[in-house]
Each structure stands twice: as structure tokens, then as C-alpha cells.
Unconditional design. Structure first.
Lengths: 72, 323
């Protein structure tokens, strides 16, 4: 994940920035990670790794989300 | 496609890979072949919502490079996460009221990796007029068996460069000014909850507030609203069609005065071009008065629960193949 996008993703996961995807799985994943980070702020890095995996697995679907997040 | 028994048999005998929904009386007559199926006599056909025990709803799986069919019990249903294709779609059918469906409903949201593999499916049902006289079934056409207590799964491998996108249409949303309801455990039936942090008897709360039980509880998953529909109140306990989960904030859905109109509006907005699979909840069919109404391209079985990764309620679920 590009550094600028990652910074915004981290803000989304901390609940400081709002982004809703049209991809149900990504919304469920973000929601799950927000709860995880709320309970354990140290899990941010593991969450980013997991999101990287999700993006790598679904490049066609994730491309739009990454562009939208970059533009926030 | 909404077709006759004879037409369905012809497709099976031609060696087509199929997902089939229909009444038990018809599914029992199908020959062995590369198909999975489940019981329901309710459909949204190309001609509109319909109740039928004379026709079957058939999806041809012609977008996969390879398919595998398997069945699982409650102790191993989550093997689907390990046994699916790396780039694929998993189609999961479970009978209404079965232990495997209950297990999946309660535990799926906490299963690691589940969101990494597209899973779509439905809870199979029965003619509501027959009540408890018949049981919901799923079918594994490869072995010619049907089950009331197992999940049947079709794994579909997609070509490189293609991805499965599982999505839903939900008419419900919440009002963030409404009280937050939380539950103490992952459960299909509850007596107690907290309302804005205060322990409360949930059935009494519903009664006191005069809440419409056709309106589900909704939880906001980063902008995707997940419904939990209320089945009824028995001996002071509120039963649900899908479990509520601890540590999730719920609110009652804001009242929808024109259910059918709102449903049509959301369908028009969704703009899926050619979903390869769709299923729609029996509660939408009944409350939304969908009998006779056209919803193309969202055609498929009317179900007793929808699976989009986890079990959903009062939702239309669909899958598109992108790329």
C-alpha cells in the first residue's frame, strides 16, 4: 500500500476518517478491524498487513477503493 | 432461468454445472449430475415473484473453470475457508432450522480469513402453509443425496483476472439518535439487553416502545447495514432469524412506510448489470408484496436466510463476476 493511502487507511481504522466502500466484504473487514484496534491499538500493523492481503487478492475490486481513499 | 422439471433434467444430462432451487417433490426427481440444490417453493422469476411447485429456478455455472461439490456437518462447516479455490466463489446452502445453519450463523463473523474468500448462499426453506410438516433440504447431485442436517457447498474456480463480488440490497437503515441496544452474547434468542448502557428486558422494551417487529434490528458495519430480523416472542424471550452478537451496536431500523416502494427504489439504485446469482428473503417477499412484481436482473430463489459471507436477514444478496 502506498504510504499516503496507508496513512488515510490508518485514520479510517482509528475512526478518525469515514470511508464506506461499495464492497460489502471491505466494509465488514474495516468494521471488524476498527473494533480490534479499539480493543488493542497495537494491532494496527497486523490489520494493515491483512488489508494488504485483501487488496492483493482482489485487485480489480480494490483498485476503486484505493483511488477513493487516496482522494479523501 | 425458471424452467420445468423436464428442461432441468435435460440440462443435468447434458453435463451442465447447475445450482437448482425448487420444491422437494421436483428436486427428488432429478438425476445425479454436477449440481447442488435446495428447497423453496418461492421465487423471483424473470416474470416476477411467484409461488410454484411446478417449476425450478436454475442457475447455470458457466463462468467457472472448475467446480467441486462437498457437504459438511456442524463440526466441520468452516473447512470451507481452507477447501475453497484461491480465486473463486463458494456457494453455500444450509437447511432452515439445522444445527449446521445455527453454527454457521453464530460463528461465521469470527472466523479468520472468511472475508478473504467470497461466500454466497442461502438457507433453504419450505412452503410456509405446511408449517412444521416438512423439513428444509439441501441436495448434492453428484451423489444423489439430500440432507436436512448438512450444508452443501459448490466451490467454483474463476479464471485468472476475474473476481467474484458479493453484495446486497437492504432497504433498512438506522437513526443515530435512537438508543443503542447491545446484547450479552452471540445468540438466536435473548431476554436481556442493554439500552444506552442500562440493562433492560428486551421483550418488554419492544412492547413499551410499540416497535414494529417487521422492522429488523440493524447494525452499521462501516456503512453496510446488517439486519437481524425478529421471529417472535416466546416465554419472555425474543427470537431472531439470525443471531445477535455481543460487542455490536444495534438500533431498530427506521420505519419504512412504503416497504414495496422502498424496495423497488433500492433495486433501481443498485445497478448490477448481470448478477450470476441472486437470492431474496422471504420476509421481503411477504412484507414487500413481491408476488407478481418484476425485479430483473435480480432473479432467483426466495429464501429463509441469505449468506453473504455471514448469515443475513431481510436482504437481497447477489454476486457479480468482475474483470
Amino acid at each position: 500500500m502506498e504510504a499516503g493511502v496507508q496513512k488515510k487507511v490508518e485514520q479510517i481504522l482509528r475512526g478518525e476518517l469515514r470511508y464506506t466502500s461499495s464492497n460489502l466484504a471491505l466494509n465488514m473487514l474495516i468494521s471488524k478491524m476498527q473494533k480490534r484496534i479499539q480493543a488493542d491499538p497495537g494491532s494496527m500493523s497486523a490489520c494493515i498487513d491483512e488489508l494488504d492481503l485483501f487488496i492483493a487478492k482482489y485487485p480489480i475490486v480494490a483498485k476503486v477503493d484505493l483511488a477513493n481513499i487516496a482522494a479523501l | 432461468m425458471f424452467i420445468t422439471l423436464e428442461e432441468t433434467i435435460e440440462l443435468i444430462n447434458k453435463g451442465k454445472t447447475l445450482h437448482i432451487a425448487g420444491d422437494e417433490g421436483l428436486l427428488d426427481k432429478l438425476p445425479r449430475g454436477n449440481w447442488i440444490g435446495g428447497t423453496t417453493p418461492y421465487f423471483i422469476s424473470e416474470e416476477g415473484g411467484v409461488f410454484s411447485k411446478e417449476r425450478l429456478f436454475v442457475n447455470e455455472i458457466d463462468y467457472g473453470q472448475e467446480t467441486r461439490i462437498a457437504s459438511y456437518g456442524k463440526y466441520n462447516v468452516f473447512q470451507i475457508v481452507e477447501e475453497c479455490y484461491d480465486n473463486g466463489l463458494t456457494m453455500l446452502l444450509m437447511p432452515y432450522g439445522s444445527d449446521v445453519a445455527r453454527k454457521y450463523a453464530k460463528e461465521a463473523p469470527e472466523v479468520d480469513e472468511l472475508l478473504m474468500h467470497p461466500v454466497i448462499g442461502w438457507i433453504t426453506g419450505m412452503d410456509l402453509e405446511l408449517g412444521g410438516q416438512v423439513q428444509a433440504r439441501v441436495y448434492d447431485g453428484t451423489v444423489g443425496e439430500s440432507y436436512t442436517d448438512r450444508a452443501v457447498v459448490m466451490y467454483i474456480r474463476l479464471p485468472e483476472g476475474k473476481s467474484a463480488m458479493v453484495n446486497m440490497i437492504n432497504i433498512f437503515t438506522d437513526d443515530k439518535n435512537d438508543p443503542v441496544i447491545r446484547f450479552f452474547d452471540n445468540d438466536l434468542s435473548v431476554t436481556k439487553c442493554t439500552v444506552d448502557g442500562v440493562e433492560t428486558n428486551f421483550a418488554e422494551y419492544i412492547g413499551q416502545k410499540g416497535l414494529d417487529p417487521r422492522m429488523p434490528l440493524v447494525a452499521d458495519y462501516n456503512g453496510s447495514y446488517i439486519n437481524t430480523s425478529i421471529m417472535g416472542v416466546e416465554n419472555g424471550a425474543v427470537g431472531f432469524y439470525a443471531p445477535v452478537f455481543k460487542n455490536i451496536d444495534y438500533r431498530f431500523a427506521t420505519k419504512v412506510s412504503d416497504y414495496a416502494g422502498e424496495f423497488k427504489k433500492r433495486v433501481d439504485e443498485a445497478q448490477a448489470k448481470s448478477p450470476v446469482f441472486t437470492c431474496n428473503c422471504i420476509l421481503n417477499f411477504n412484507y414487500g408484496e413481491l408476488n407478481g412484481k418484476k425485479l430483473s436482473p435480480y432473479v432467483g430463489p426466495v429464501t429463509f436466510g441469505e449468506v453473504a459471507y455471514q448469515l443475513l436477514n431481510q436482504t437481497l444478496v447477489y454476486c457479480e463476476i468482475l474483470g
